[in-house]
Write a protein that binds this ligand. Sequence first.
Ligand code: FNR
Length: 371
Amino acid sequence: PALDEILNLHDFEAIARQVMSEKAWAYYSSAADDEITNRENHAAYHRVWFRPRILRDVTKVDWSTTILGQRSSMPVYITATALGKLGHPDGELNLTRAAAKHGVIQMIPTLASCSFDEIIDAAQPGQVQFFQLYVNKDRNITKRIVQHAEQRGIKGLFITVDAPQLGRREKDMRMKFEAEDPSEVSKAGSGGVDRSQGAARAISSFIDPGLKWCDLDWFKSITKMPLILKGVQCWEDALQAYDLGLTGVVLSNHGGRQLDFARSGLEVLVEVVDKLKEKRGLMFPNEKFQLFVDGGVRRATDVLKAVALGATAVGVGRPFLYAFSAYGLEGVDKALQILQDEFEMNLRLLGAPTIKDIVSEMVDASNIHSH
Ligand code: FNR
């Protein structure tokens, strides 16, 4: 179908499924085991309802915000997803270019298909990018990658902590991974590729399962970039990250691709906000320690629920992959435009002229229990 028939982010998935190669669809869409967490990620948003306000002047609304002190046109960033060239020959560059046009921030993955420098070079002057790090068993490689990222102007380092081993993604495992084009996997520190168990397993064998809390001091000693843990799943770990002086955490289960029956990021958000208030007197959102959520976000209303509950911003993954797999750059542009339009309308309907006006009283989250 023509791009102007696409009305929402779900539509991209339905179309991508028809037009993508079986191998690419399997890698992008798959999740762990029975994919219960993947389904729950989106379903969790159905348990939160709005309490809109009326008669507030909403002639002009503004949904821009700041993320780690950087301007963003909306409280959404493009999260890290590996292997962009499986879906489209320009891979991650589709995301970089659409992000520039819309003033949103792209998180570059360690396992991008395009090289890191290619993605940086494709950015506009002043365009903000973050970097997602998989920590290599060889810390010299990790140190080199981190310092290179900082030197190239990356504004936030997101260390993925939910993948000491890659989850079982059976759809993907049924596809034997053959990278016809070696550039499908960038050199980003993989090596020792086992092609017998799907794309995910093939590219991830370098990741260090021995990573532990005390390694974080080492990261602080090698970089001045803000450090954020990606894949925190309970308040205890969020608190530890705060006490270590990190800049934030992403409450995420990796799009349901790791531990099946991990809870949704939205549910974890509620308990983290509760407990960090109780234990440290923190109020969210705040600049010093920022909470992010990803997984299953498909509508601006989903984003606004997370923001109301204390998130600084929300990551979106698969919809952008599906958008460029089906339509290239124009697909991602369209996906971001849909979100912009949804924000404008929903801020009006909520009676919130700006993102700061989205407060916890605007949602009823009583169906989400804190632990
Ligand atoms: C991911 N994700 C991910 N995360 C990460 O830290 N490093 C990575 O290399 C990848 N790769 C990756 C590939 C694919 C195909 C997907 C779908 C996801 C997880 C990603 O950052 C994010 O947590 C989820 O994608 C969010 O869920 P949604 O928006 O895809 O539902």
